[in-house]
Ligand binder design. Structure first.
Ligand SMILES: [Zn+2]
Length: 232
């Protein structure tokens, strides 16, 4: 009995200490750690960024509010309800993000939120492997009303709802370029950077496809927030 009383008292005392710590802000919980607290895209992601991004994907208004609190420059896009598998819901048009893109694009809010976090990692990876920052991300687009791999039959691609983006390469701050087609799989700093950039995207996107997946992806990475989980 005595031991039990001791344990209970210890738990109570610990609880009181934690409460005091939080109350007087001796203990500070970093943003994005508590799953019920609002997301802060300008702070490092917590332990499960992909789960958080998927929650945003299911809640358009919440996602748009989260983007509005970030440094991203964008304009909301009029709703284009999905018809025959194509449309754009909770869409935004990116004017300027932390890293510039080669062309303005529209995408579903959650894809943009994922990219926003991913850009931080990309920048760090480029500095580590290539000794330069990223001046531009070259993408081939987000929205296209088409089936997977542009086949006549089959399911709609995630691009049909702008729930995906294709990235072909990067321009570094020193002017050099990294291209998936040219540098993927090479035993060079650029090749290692691309391998890590591919793997790193799996933290934020449900499907991440590259040259190892199939020949159609030999020249770009495809990221999407569809239901399939694949990282290859
Ligand atoms: Zn794609």
């Amino acid at each position: 009995m005595r031991a039990l009383a001791f344990v209970l008292n210890a738990i109570l005392a610990l609880g009181l200490l934690v409460w005091l710590g939080l109350h007087f802000a001796w203990i500070r919980i970093p943003p994005n750690i508590l799953p019920w607290a609002a997301l802060n895209l300008d702070a490092p992601p917590g332990w499960s960024p992909r789960l958080r991004i998927n929650s945003l994907s299911m809640d358009g208004p919440q996602c748009l509010m989260t983007l509005a609190r970030s440094q991203l420059l964008y304009t909301p896009v009029d709703e284009r309800p999905v018809k025959d598998g194509c449309g754009l819901e909770s869409g935004v048009k990116i004017e300027r993000s932390q890293i510039p893109y080669n062309q303005v694009f529209e995408a579903r809010c959650a894809v943009v939120a994922g990219l926003y976090w991913y850009e931080r990692d990309l920048e760090a990876l480029a500095r580590a492997h290539l000794g330069a920052g990223i001046a531009r991300i070259d993408h081939w687009g987000t929205y296209a009303c088409r089936n997977i791999n542009a086949r006549k039959e089959g399911r709609r691609s995630q691009h049909a709802t702008a729930n995906a983006i294709d990235i072909a390469g990067f321009v570094l701050s020193d002017g050099t370029t990294v291209q998936v087609l040219r540098d993927w799989g090479t035993d060079t700093p650029k090749g290692r950077f691309l391998a890590e950039a591919h793997r790193g995207a799996c933290r934020y996107f449900n499907a991440v496809l590259g040259p190892n997946y199939n020949a159609e992806h030999r020249n770009h990475f495809h990221f999407d927030l569809g239901r399939a989980r694949i990282c290859r």
